[in-house]
Design a protein around this ligand. Structure first.
Ligand code: NDP
Ligand code: GDR
Length: 362
């Protein structure tokens, strides 16, 4: 029997959960993931790991649980006695948090408390290290630029307010109970595994489908928004590194470069040989292709009641103490997402065509 390190990941079915699982499994960890009950399978992002050797050998195990249900969390932690817990589970969509503020607080704020309490109640404070997925959204209405660990917070959504509670309860349990607990204040990170309703993936997916004639137009909200975008694959390695230090601490992870949503659209479109010309202003702004077709338009439905206009991270501390350097450039990130979505769209198109052929034949 190999004496493995044991990790528990909440949010294992999400973007970061899938990259972190793969990273830890490759390092030889026994990885336990918590997934909530859903009416349809939602393990697409981790099926390649679970269906393969890792799942069969018992190195990768999934448990049903929910951040809103203490009993399931306590039970799983008692059973697995993890050396490291990565709390990635959250209602993570900022716009949705305005529609479901109470649920967002329950899962994102109280859910974090439930995990920390489980560590304390089960007497695991000296055994289990804890990572909290904190966020650049904490800076919200920014008080200084760029933002570092010392920049004051000013959250601007129910999501960010819930994450503020999670941030401070993590600090408090570190100080009160001597738990090795860290906040990773991660700026936006994307990948081909990003959920389809976050703006980067929405853009790459829509442009690929417009290119193939499967969609007419991409509807967006605030295109002036500025973000510091990195690659999720690079960022999960930092989550792990934060738990391998002598003393627990909080770290900003960011690229230090900023682009607008509009620039993201332009760069992604260029990669698909679709040069965009902008016309109009405000809600009337439109992106027009070489044939004069409107392929990008503003839909006020996607505006948020309070917006985070600009985020730019200063990751000096992580660079100096964790050796952080982002491996993937912005252009490479966009290219990887565009290529992946173009392949997926081609696949959907071919499947649609063969479905039609099948229907005609039957
Ligand atoms: P995703 O939205 O892709 O994944 C969220 C995960 O949480 C999913 O596995 C989801 O399950 C799970 N989840 C949601 N609610 C519950 C619940 N009540 N009980 C159990 N599981 C639940 O997020 P990311 O992977 O992008 O982000 C990971 C974490 O990092 C999140 O906490 C996010 O807020 C935070 N973060 C993300 C950043 C980013 O740019 N990606 C930046 C900074 C912080 P299901 O698959 O069933 O929906
Ligand atoms: P964000 O990511 O809110 O930064 O939160 P998102 O991609 O949703 O929005 C980024 C910016 O783009 C603007 N925007 C749109 N956003 C979406 N989703 N859809 C649109 O059509 C659209 N048009 C413009 C938004 O207004 C915003 O300014 C993400 C999540 O992963 C959080 O969980 C995480 O904490 C932060 O990143 C860091």
């Amino acid at each position: 029997m190999v004496d493995r390190k044991v990790a528990l990941i909440t949010g294992v079915t999400g973007q970061d959960g899938s990259y972190l699982s793969e990273f830890l499994l490759n390092k030889g960890y026994e990885v336990h993931g918590i997934k909530r009950r859903t009416s349809l399978f939602n393990t697409d992002r981790i099926d390649h790991l679970f269906d393969g050797e890792y799942g069969q050998s018992g190195q990768f195990v999934l448990h049903h649980g929910d951040m809103t249900d203490s009993s399931s969390l306590i039970h799983i932690i008692a059973k697995t006695r993890p050396h490291e817990i990565y709390n990635l589970a959250a209602q993570s969509h900022v716009a949705v948090s305005f529609e479901e503020p109470e649920y967002t607080a329950n899962s994102d704020a109280l859910g974090t408390l439930r995990l920390l309490e489980a560590i304390r109640i089960l007497d695991l404070a000296q055994h289990t290290r804890f990572y909290q997925a904190s966020t650049s959204e904490l800076y919200g209405l920014v008080q200084e630029t760029p933002q570092s660990e010392k920049t004051p917070f000013y959250p601007r959504s129910p999501y960010a307010v819930a994450k503020l509670y999670a941030y401070w309860i993590t600090v408090n349990y570190r100080e009160a109970y001597d738990i090795y607990a860290c906040n990773g204040i991660l700026f936006n990170h994307e990948s081909p595994q990003r959920g389809e309703t976050f703006v980067t993936r929405k853009i790459t997916r829509a442009l690929a489908r417009i290119k193939l004639g499967m969609q007419d137009c991409l509807l967006l909200g605030n295109m002036n928004s500025l973000r510091d975008w990195g690659h999720a694959r690079d960022y999960v390695e930092m989550q792990w590194l934060m738990l391998q230090q002598q003393t627990p601490d909080d770290y900003v992870i960011a690229t230090g470069k900023q682009y607008s949503v509009r620039q993201f659209v332009e760069i992604a479109a260029r990669m698909l040989d679709m040069d965009i010309r902008w016309q109009g202003e405000g809600v009337d702004e439109q992106g027009v292709d070489a044939n004069g077709r409107v392929i990008v338009a503003v839909d006020p439905r996607y505006f948020r009641p309070t917006e985070v206009e600009t985020l730019l991270g200063d990751a000096t501390k992580a660079r100096e103490r964790l050796g952080w350097t982002p491996a993937t450039s912005f252009e490479d990130l966009v290219a990887e997402m565009v290529e992946s979505d173009f392949r997926e769209a081609q696949h959907d198109l071919a499947r649609g065509a063969s479905d039609t052929a099948l229907a005609a034949a039957s």
